[in-house]
Design a protein around this ligand. Structure first.
Ligand SMILES: C[S@@+](CC[C@H](N)C(=O)[O-])C[C@H]1O[C@@H](n2cnc3c(N)ncnc32)[C@H](O)[C@@H]1O
Length: 257
């Protein structure tokens, strides 16, 4: 678990980052051959797709590397520039470079030298430079990413300010993305026992649709350690709520002409 202020493993908090499913005996995740996902229900039983870790190992809230691999396989070519405005532990940079793409990553709290400090709503990048934008932004306040007051992870998804901030990040992604190229956004909905449910995926999809053409909407099965714990399932059944079983992966295209 990371501590505030500079632990390279990243934020502290909910402890339910998308991790690889373990085999029944514990141990290493089982890794089948990596293939393109061909339906709108994506599943792969490991965070990593190879023995070379993508992203800072242990960075909590990491995006599964195979999700980014699948996106780059479909929507980018060699030497394309991939941009991640919420770069976290750098998974996008490592997967992009592993696939022969160029990559630029930004974060309010960079944990590696190749990630630039910037707010996702004001990127130091010229208009139309990116061939693909991937973002896995904070969704709610489950993780303590940093002390930076501009951290979107400090905004509760129960407040409009969160959606206004995300719309600012989408406007900036629109500015830096080349025309006729793609963007993908990976988020989860939020449920809190006393407050209820926020359909973050649907709300963000609406905001994105106002700027880009929707291409598809994928459900990614969450490899979440909490989902392996019987006590959590009992609590969900007894309390009449659902555990988050999937992440939204929303794919859009910029079309100006
Ligand atoms: C879910 S994590 C990204 C995980 C990353 N894709 C990975 O695989 O490691 C979200 C990141 O957004 C960053 N962040 C929050 N608010 C931001 C903002 N306004 N601008 C840039 N980054 C921000 C946090 O510091 C955190 O690293």
């Amino acid at each position: 678990m990371a501590r505030r202020g500079g632990d390279p493993r990243g934020p502290r908090g909910r402890g339910d980052g998308a991790q690889g499913h373990r085999g029944h005996g514990g141990g290493r995740p089982q890794r089948p051959t990596l293939r393109q996902q061909t339906t709108t229900l994506w599943y792969y039983p490991s965070q990593q797709y190879s023995d070379t870790p993508m992203g800072v190992p242990g960075y909590e809230g990491r995006t599964p590397a195979w999700v980014i691999w699948n996106l780059l396989e479909r929507y980018t070519r060699e030497d394309d520039l991939v941009v991640d405005p919420f770069c976290g532990g750098g998974t996008t940079l490592d997967v992009a470079r592993d696939m022969g793409r160029k990559a630029l990553g930004y974060d309010l709290r960079p944990v590696r030298d190749d990630i630039f400090r910037a707010d996702a709503r004001k990127l130091p990048l010229e208009d139309g430079k990116a061939d693909f934008v991937f973002m896995d932004p904070p969704y709610g306040t489950h993780l303590d990413y940093s002390d930076d007051p501009n951290c979107i992870g400090k905004l509760s998804a129960f407040d409009e300010a969160y959606f206004e901030a995300m719309d600012g990040a989408f406007a900036e992604a629109d500015r830096v993305l080349r025309d006729r190229r793609y963007l993908a956004c990976y988020v989860s909905d939020s449920f809190e026992k006393k407050k209820g449910f926020v359909p973050i995926g649907a709300r963000l999809s609406g905001l994105l649709s106002a700027r880009f053409r929707p291409i598809d909407h994928v459900s990614v099965v969450r490899g979440n350690r909490k989902l392996e714990k019987p006590a959590f399932h009992r609590a969900a059944a007894d309390g009449n709520f659902f555990l988050r079983g999937f992440q939204h992966l929303m794919i859009f295209k910029k079309e100006r002409g």
